[in-house]
Design a protein around this ligand. Structure first.
Ligand SMILES: Nc1nc2c(ncn2[C@@H]2O[C@H](COP(=O)(O)OP(=O)(O)OP(=O)(O)O)[C@@H](O)[C@H]2O)c(=O)[nH]1
Ligand SMILES: [Mg+2]
Length: 387
């Protein structure tokens, strides 16, 4: 149950390139629409400062690595192809791919800043391109929600269930929880009588889901060819991060071929030949310019800020920070920032959650109740009736 982030965008925006750079797998890359015909899912990582440095004992992660105190926390990435204007009405490859976004926690709306005439789009057209894709997503969702509505609404309106209960039975196809529905209803009000819902309500609830529950993050790709600093500044002022999936893929390849040792140190490249050095210098100059950000930074921002997640380390021994076998800090969980000690127990195992007695803070050794709100990088022991 890791976090899953989907990459959506128009054909040619660079989704598969981004997916490859993030996951290191060779997704098909080609300069024509629908290169990718299936949704690819792969694993990537975000970085968190590992608590093992506080106890001066190296950790042994079950998943990912820990390099120089930087712990890699796995997340899932999906490449969702086929989204074009009209897709929600079945145009192009239709909306079958949109069903894939049901289990995603966030969506990157990847925008190609290059127009059909090969010129860089104006910031306004970049915004329009982003809106076009989002309208497809909202329309698709609204049509899924309104499907078979009359029958559903009659049945629910005849019952005395609350609005969150009624909506839960409708929205559960999208992996939305009761808690999330409550959050949504606290932000916007909807009529409790479902039979009177209009197209406008379906669109409103759709937008609301993608604003409050499954955020869509607009990201401009191909930062390496924008060149014009004024356009870059205006894109950034509009709040869109700029990346270069292509340069990131080159960095990944250099790393994979042993030309560089770390994707953070592009200039420590003793093994590179002259053309490789020149290429790496060009790549590093782009990022040093400060306008185009690294993928690691973007995805950390998405997980920690847009999704408000924290990293928690469950342990069995609160003094040595180990599991039963003596492995130091073997597991990490990404959890939403309001999660409690009891939520962590359930995350470890439903039996542990059901038998929850108390938790212990690995740093202060204080006893924590079930409602203790977890903090980022907490090291926690759960004591439970089940052994
Ligand atoms: N200059 C530049 N080109 C890029 C970048 N990312 C992708 N491209 C190029 O854009 C073209 C399309 O890339 P893909 O990754 O196949 O795009 P896609 O969004 O997966 O396309 P479909 O699967 O057809 O929807 C390829 O020629 C890539 O090399 C980038 O950051 N900079
Ligand atoms: Mg593709």
């Amino acid at each position: 149950m890791s976090l899953k982030i989907g990459i959506l965008g128009k054909p040619n925006s660079g989704k598969s390139t981004l997916f490859s750079a993030l996951t290191g797998t060779a997704a098909a890359i080609g300069n024509y629409p629908f290169t990718t015909i299936n949704t690819d899912v792969g694993v990537s990582y975000i970085i968190s400062r590992c608590p093992h440095t506080e106890i001066n004992t190296p950790c042994s992660p079950n998943y990912g690595r820990c390099v120089n105190g930087k712990r890699e926390i796995p997340i899932e990435i999906a490449d969702v192809p086929g989204l074009i204007q009209g897709a929600s009405q079945g145009k192009g490859m239709g909306n079958q791919f949109l069903d894939n976004i049901s289990d995603m926690n966030a969506i990157v709306n990847l925008i190609n800043p290059v127009g059909e005439d090969n010129k860089i789009l104006s910031p306004e057209d970049i915004e329009n391109a982003a809106i076009e894709i989002e309208n497809e997503i909202f329309t698709w969702f609204a049509s899924r929600v309104s499907r078979d509505w009359q029958r559903f609404a009659k049945k629910e309106d005849a019952s005395d269930s609350s609005l969150d209960d009624k909506l839960l039975s409708k929205l559960s196809f999208f992996g939305i929880s009761r808690n999330e529905i409550r959050i949504l209803l606290s932000k916007e009000s909807f009529s409790h009588t479902l039979i009177g819902w209009t197209d406008d309500d379906f669109m409103r609830i759709s937008r609301s889901v993608f604003t409050h529950i499954k955020p869509i993050i607009r990201v401009v790709n191909k930062g390496d060819i924008i060149h014009d600093n004024r356009i870059m500044d205006r894109i950034l002022e509009n709040g869109y991060p700029i990346i270069s999936a292509d340069y990131e893929l080159s960095i990944w390849k250099a790393l994979n071929n042993g030309i560089i040792e770390s994707s953070d140190d592009l200039n420590g490249n003793n093994k590179a030949n002259e053309p490789q050095k020149a290429a790496l210098n060009k790549i590093s100059a782009l990022f040093e310019g400060g306008k185009v950000i690294r993928l690691s930074q973007l995805f950390s921002r998405i997980v920690y800020e847009n999704l408000s997640h924290i990293v928690v380390y469950p342990v069995y021994d609160e003094s040595k920070w180990t599991d039963k076998k003596g492995t130091v800090l073997p597991d990490t969980f990404l959890m939403s920032s309001k999660s409690t000690a009891e939520d962590l127990a359930f995350r470890v195992h439903s039996d542990i959650g059901e038998g929850f007695i108390r938790a212990i803070d690995g740093r202060t050794k204080m006893i924590l109740g079930r409602n203790y709100e977890l903090k980022d990088r907490d090291v926690i022991r759960i004591i439970s009736k089940t052994k």
